[in-house]
Design a protein around this ligand. Structure first.
Ligand code: ADP
Ligand code: MG
Length: 257
């Protein structure tokens, strides 16, 4: 296992918003092929953690390595840090696929245009090649028939599957999912989870925040329980779910599991 590539590595990651320290020193490593599920209560810092990985938020302290490469940071003059080398950051984060709770598709672009956007405009791929790849990905998530429609014409589950195809289009080193099913009507959750489970089975590296505990148990190689900005407990799904050590994790799992 030791020779597997490191896709995402966080070391001592901290994030502060004003007086509120949301992440208080989080370290985690996702090797290639790992599926890490982050669970925890509302406000525990799950979204902030994911957003720090692709620098939608800049960490206040600590290190981020993407695909083995340390993201260079320098002091921002306000007690925090920012990326020291925007070109490096853009190159590294271009190969992260992020799927949000709220879909985040471009409303004025068709499904196909959404999927080819990053490959063509960020990665500089040839448009025809990007279209061929996008069609293959849309077929994979069951949406090829919707390639020319606009997002508003899609159901929530279809939107999220389109967002997954878009994330896949950059051939990501890691995929980041932030509660991908929590905005969906219950009957649409399954179709999205089954696409994500397929990706996990084929060895896609992913870090996903989810409230779907049964799903996390089935697909994750590792569970991380975040509480008050710190990892309170982590381990294999069977250990974490069947043998929670901390009182807080037991209390968190009790009502839903
Ligand atoms: P979770 O995803 O686990 O529910 P979040 O990471 O969204 O938690 O938020 C953790 C804490 O950080 C919350 O108290 C939230 O209000 C706060 N927070 C998140 N983003 C910001 C921000 N941009 N500015 C100020 N506070 C924020
Ligand atoms: Mg969140």
């Amino acid at each position: 296992m030791a020779d597997r590539k490191v896709a995402v590595q966080l070391t001592g990651l901290r994030k502060r918003f004003g007086d509120l320290e949301v992440l208080k020193g989080v370290s985690l490593t996702a090797h290639s092929g790992d599926v890490i599920a982050i669970i925890g209560g509302s406000g525990s810092g799950k979204s902030t953690l994911l957003r720090c990985i692709n620098f939608l938020e800049t960490p206040t302290a600590g290190e981020v390595r993407l695909h083995g490469e340390l993201v260079a940071m320098k002091p921002d003059g306000e007690g925090g840090f920012r990326a020291a080398d925007p070109a490096q950051l853009n190159r590294l984060r271009a190969r992260l696929g992020m799927v949000f709770q709220s879909f985040n598709l471009w409303p004025h672009r068709t499904v196909l245009e959404n999927v080819i956007e990053a490959p063509v405009h960020v990665l500089g791929q040839n448009r025809d090649a990007a279209i061929a790849n996008a069609e293959r990905l849309l077929d994979r998530v069951g949406l090829l028939a919707k390639r020319d429609v606009y997002p508003e014409m899609l159901s929530g589950g279809q939107k999220q599957r389109a967002a997954i195809a878009r994330a896949l289009a950059v051939d990501p080193h890691a995929m980041l999912f932030d509660e991908p099913t929590s905005a969906l009507d219950p009957e649409l959750v399954g179709e999205v989870l089954s696409v994500i489970a397929d990706l996990a089975r084929e060895g896609r590296t992913m870090i996903l925040v989810t409230h779907e505990m049964q799903f996390a148990r089935n697909v994750a190689s590792e569970i991380i329980f975040l509480r008050n900005g710190l990892i309170e407990e982590q381990g294999k799904p069977s250990d974490v779910f069947d043998n929670p050590k901390s009182e807080a994790l037991r209390a968190f799992l009790a009502p839903k599991y």
